[in-house]
Design a protein around this ligand. Sequence first.
Ligand code: Q46
Ligand code: ZN
Ligand code: ZN
Length: 308
Amino acid sequence: MKCTKCGGKAVISVLQHHLGLCKEHYLEWVPGQVARAIQKYRMFAKTDRILAAVSGGKDSLSLWDILHRLGYQVDGLYICLGIDGGVNYSNESQRLSQQFAAQHGLTLHVVDIPQVYGESIPQIASRTFRGRGAPCSVCGLAKRHEMNRLARDLGYDVLVTGHNLDDEAAVLFSNTLRWAGGFLARQGPVLEADQPGLARKAKPLCRMYERDMTAYALLRGIEYIYDECPYALGATSIYYKELLNKLESDQPGAKLNFYLSFLQAKEGGLFAPQADPDRAQMHPCPSCGQSTTAEGLCSFCRMMGGES
Ligand code: Q46
Ligand code: ZN
Ligand code: ZN
């Protein structure tokens, strides 16, 4: 196969766009696609200060790399969860994030949950009702809280995460199976900071297939953590991703269509913000100031106060 741009030897075929690309043009094409998404969804401008949440994985490190290459002012945020697993997952992912920052002369903020709060995520999970089973709901809550806290306290204009199309399509599939109106109303490439204490959030990779991001990281020589978090095994989102991959292999482009048609339907008025009654009742948490729908303290502050 030949590169569609230069006629040289293609190293990758981008099925959903009917493209074959050589290494050089592939490494130009990916940032080009991301730049188009940033513009289309008005995510941020060159004058904005951006905080990228990085986990040491291929998506978040590639996102940081791409935004830096596109000329944005972007610092990183690594949240140490204190998760062990076979390779000491947290240590290794932190090491790779720090290595990436050092190699590119970029600033990385590190929040160490066990140091700041005295407990790791698995420890918090084991003493709370919320964490029974896998600690993922405790982990998700803590990560969201800390990302908002850091973005707000350090004065960033927008927080970006490395969620790719496969992640977004799996969440959309899950929300659609339950017709979860509030979640569908909030899902999208940008979440505005429309409540006190909450940072503006954007997902610049939301239209990029996971396999395309893996290829980008490998071709760019980005060293990332291959192992999944040990708690990811058996997660429902992985099952949904497998179902969508099956659909994609029969109908290339189906995943992208699913997500983009949803965004179009939303723009056309389906899943209007009124579909999210929870949001109307939000108020600032008296302890941390972040907006919450819970009565009194937010779920994170309640969890850290020992209530279940
Ligand atoms: S890091 Fe945390 Fe994930 Fe591990 S404990 Fe679950 S949520 S699986 S993205
Ligand atoms: Zn080429
Ligand atoms: Zn709080």
